[in-house]
Design a protein around this ligand. Sequence first.
Ligand code: E4P
Length: 215
Amino acid sequence: MKFFIDTANLKEIKEAASMGVLDGVTTNPSLVSKEGHKDFKGMLEEICKIVDGPISAEVVSTDLDGMLKEGYDLAKIHKNITIKVPLIKAGLQACKRFTSEGIKVNVTLCFSPNQALLAAKAGATFISPFVGRLDDISTNGMQLIEEIVVMYENYGYDTEVLVASVRHPMHVVEAAQIGAHVCTMPYKVIEQLIHHPLTDIGLQKFLDDWKKLKG
Ligand code: E4P
């Protein structure tokens, strides 16, 4: 399973990249706004220098012409830029156009199997179902991932299932067990994946025993 980091924080991206586990980056308007990046394109250029993999950059237009204008402009920045479009009619139309021209597309804000089916039919490179936001409203987000993976396998769609809105390490484990292609996670979750109390206790014991030997 590919690991993407879900952030617009350059320090976090550098830190995760240094661990050697990072395959890509997802951003969205909220994440960019949180970091106060006024120069969106400049921020994307910086990210492309750090990570050699798909970098999702979301359009903010909600009409086809606007999405195409923004998307073409963003795609010029780097070959790894993946245009992120919302799962609305204009988003599907833009997806079809971009992918037919070789531009990678991440269709975002997916909350149902039928939406995922439409994105695959429109040629999406990635579909982003939001598990955490479904869990937040007492709906099983991971069940949606399972349903999409089965549907895509049934028909051999190339669209990769990108598990988004990840909130904790169990989301990552379950996504991998289901066979999702990608999991995008906040830096905090990547850190949480590393830690185990028995690792810390074991390491401390090794170091203490080594000290005893050295006197
Ligand atoms: C990433 O592509 C999504 O925009 C992101 O994972 C949404 O996460 P949130 O539900 O925690 O805002």
